[in-house]
Write a protein that binds this ligand. Sequence first.
Ligand code: COA
Length: 202
Amino acid sequence: MSSTLQTPVSESTSSSRPRVGGATVRKARLPDAVNIFDLVNSLSGDGTLLRRNYAEICENVRDFAIAESEPGVFLGCGALHLYGPHLAEVRSIVVKPEAKAQGAGGKLLRALLEEAEEQKVSSVCLFTRIPDFFFHFNFRVVDRTTLPDKIYKDCQTCPRLYACDEVAMVRGPLPKIAVLGPSRIAQPELVKLQTGTITSGQ
Ligand SMILES: CC(C)(COP(=O)(O)OP(=O)(O)OC[C@H]1O[C@@H](n2cnc3c(N)ncnc32)[C@H](O)[C@@H]1OP(=O)(O)O)[C@@H](O)C(=O)NCCC(=O)NCCS
């Protein structure tokens, strides 16, 4: 991932907002874990983002990218989870409320997509409530059952399993394989049917 993405973005018009114009994106490091934890979980209560615990963030900190302003102020984060060469997932992408709509989210997403390309991943997926944002980046809405790895990783244990209001999106071809879950579904026990004639009185 590039340490800096110099795509020009609009300047903030309010002096109370951080100046995102020169925002840079870099790989996260362990000291960023607290900021990631606070921001991601500030939006997990209403289901906007999946809750991530601190240990999980530390363990997967290398998945994360960080956006920060020129003076090094934390603005937001996003993660790219690798399932395998067939699929990666954009997770926990979020920008602080006061830094929104100034280009930082787009920079983060482009950096994650760039990393997916570097990893030679053919498809990138995500689940979201705001598909319009991701349409800007060539994601399309797909049937969630086309992403069994994601379902096995998160959905099975999600309290919103039967009330999910997110749409599944993919950029690139649909994955043809899955690596998570039971590799083979057990053959159901079939009751053997008796052949022959049933005669009355038996
Ligand atoms: C989604 C989010 C990360 C976007 O970050 P941002 O810094 O505000 O986005 P940007 O300013 O980089 O916008 C990039 C482009 O997407 C568009 N966009 C931004 N948010 C959008 C939204 N909610 N719906 C549709 N388009 C959106 C912008 O207009 C811009 O388009 P342009 O390039 O044509 O000007 C941010 O709004 C956020 O943190 N939301 C809450 C967390 C969340 O919902 N995350 C997604 C979970 S899957």
